[in-house]
Write a protein that binds this ligand. Structure first.
Ligand code: DHK
Length: 144
């Protein structure tokens, strides 16, 4: 099974950005440990601060991956275009957030993407990514 993790804006700064919210680990370190732990899954990772690049990657992913774990970061709350891309592609997308967006500012409570995601995992720190990948492994029927 091939899963692509897409991270949106500012998530390249994980480890140094607001560590009280997002933790102290870099995504590269986390990704290495996740791939080691979930050896049966072939994981890839893409990060961009640019909306169009995230959309291009989602389009490309439909040809090469079984599913996408998407943390669109701030674009979650603003981007109709990314939501449309998630709706347009024929592979399942699980929306992920590190922080519990429902417990933060009001503008973080709405997701344009969630209606088109096969599920949403939010608030479990970096572990949210692992739970999302596991949803593909353990609930394959959910993503048919
Ligand atoms: C990450 C961000 O950068 C924020 O803009 C979102 C999300 C929450 C997260 O928790 O992973 O509001």
């Amino acid at each position: 099974m091939k899963i692509l993790i897409i991270n949106g804006p500012n998530l390249n700064l994980l480890g140094e950005r607001e560590p009280e919210v997002y933790g102290k680990q870099t995504f590269n370190d986390y990704f290495t440990s996740l791939q080691f732990k979930l050896r049966e899954v072939e994981l890839s990772h893409f990060q961009s601060n640019h909306e169009g690049k995230i959309i291009d990657k989602l389009h490309e992913a439909r040809l090469h991956f079984d599913g996408v774990v998407l943390n669109a970061a701030a674009y979650t709350h603003t981007s109709v275009a990314i939501a449309d891309a998630v709706k347009a592609i024929n592979i399942p997308v699980v929306e992920v957030h590190i922080s519990n967006t429902s417990a933060r500012e009001n503008f973080r409570k709405h997701s344009y993407i969630a209606p088109y995601a096969s599920g949403v995992i939010t608030g479990f720190g970096m572990k949210s990514y692992e739970l999302a990948v596991l949803s593909f492994v353990e609930l394959p029927e959910k993503n048919d």
